[in-house]
Design a protein around this ligand. Structure first.
Ligand SMILES: Nc1ncnc2c1ncn2[C@@H]1O[C@H](COP(=O)(O)OP(=O)(O)O)[C@@H](O)[C@H]1O
Ligand SMILES: [Mg+2]
Length: 329
């Protein structure tokens, strides 16, 4: 839970557009959010809604081209990460800012042993001795559930299974004790027990260091258990934002309502079919006019086909972009 109200990272009007053979793909199109010290913001939405690109853009890790340089402002430590010289940004990444990538191979260097990759951050950024860094790395590998970490630390990424590589990358992100951690589907590839263990570990880091976490997940169960606030993404934009309690108790956007209705619950019999949102997420290169959700929305009216919705404000912390929603709370 958030213990203070200081904002550590503020993303304002972020836009990341890809130039592809099929035209312009607006993967992230005017996204704004902030995270406070010690807080977890859950970023949810179906696959293809722009969650990963939003996180990668914040750390300027989207390859340009095919993407154009992201526009907007990302405030961290009194600086704008989007205009910071690359050298200065490199000093922050993997140190004060860390990311658990959806694809662990993105993060690991195939030519260096896992140990080298883990200890480097401690030796370079924190001045630890090689022996102390190795001890800390082995301890962290053990905590993320890697058996015989003392031996495995000298192996290379390809010697680890997919799930184990995921854990190595999580260990790497947590080891530097970041101020902001982007965790992109951090536990999707892992079994339930390890999943719980990893989420606990992230929670401990937050409690001891005040790390702010942006937790990307399509699993609303994970959000309910760990996030203080939720931002729901659809077609490259945030369509609803609120405290976790507000969004779960009173979802304003029909898309959020659909996500919640399709969430497996303990109190429904497992044979009962879940109400899935009809249709498919849109092609971001060919968005429909008006509200991009309107072709799938049972509440859509004429206005929804014509113009992007105005924001409905239900409380100082709860808002949504929908023409048909009444702000009752
Ligand atoms: N390298 C790329 N080139 C072109 N388009 C891309 C690239 N990476 C992502 N995209 C586009 O951005 C959209 C959002 O992707 P992503 O952020 O990975 O979604 P999510 O993480 O929500 O599943 C994708 O649907 C795709 O169209
Ligand atoms: Mg993703």
């Amino acid at each position: 839970m958030a213990t203070t109200t200081d904002t550590v990272l503020e993303v304002c009007d972020l836009r990341t557009h890809f130039h592809t053979d099929d035209g312009l793909v607006k993967a992230v199109d005017g996204v704004s959010f902030s995270v406070r010290r010690g807080e977890t913001l859950g970023l949810v939405g179906e696959s293809g809604s722009g969650k990963s690109v939003a996180c990668l853009s914040a750390l300027r890790l989207v390859p340009t081209p095919p993407a154009a340089h992201p526009s907007g402002v990302i405030r961290f430590a009194g600086k704008d990460l989007l205009t910071l010289p690359e050298r200065d940004l490199e000093r922050l990444r993997g140190n004060r800012l860390a990311m658990i990538f959806q694809d662990p191979l993105t993060a690991l260097n195939p030519y260096l042993s896992v140990g080298r990759q883990l200890t480097e951050v401690l030796e370079v950024h924190e001045g630890a001795t090689p022996a102390a860094a190795r001890r800390a790395a082995i301890e962290m590998l053990t905590r993320v559930g890697i058996p015989a970490a003392g031996q495995r630390i000298d192996q290379y990424p390809h010697q680890f299974s997919g799930g184990m590589r995921q854990r190595v990358m999580i260990a790497m992100a947590l080891l530097c004790g970041p101020e902001v951690l982007f965790a992109d589907e951090p536990t999707t590839a892992l079994d339930v027990t390890i999943q719980a263990q990893i989420l606990d570990l992230i929670g401990e880091l937050q409690a001891s260091l005040g790390t702010a976490v942006v937790l990307v997940t399509h699993d609303l169960g994970v959000v309910a258990g760990t996030a203080d606030r939720v931002a729901v993404m659809y077609a490259g934009r945030i369509v609803e934002e609120g405290t976790t309690a507000e969004v779960f108790a009173n979802p304003l956007h029909p898309y959020t309502q659909g996500l919640l209705a399709s969430m497996p619950r303990i109190d429904t019999p497992s044979r009962q079919r879940l109400a899935a949102i009809p249709g498919l997420p849109p092609d971001l290169g060919q968005l429909p006019s008006g509200c991009p959700f309107h072709p799938r929305c049972q509440q859509a009216g004429d206005r929804c086909r014509q113009a992007y919705p105005e924001v409905v404000i239900a409380s100082p912390t709860h808002r949504a972009a929908c023409w048909e929603t009444e702000a009752v709370s």
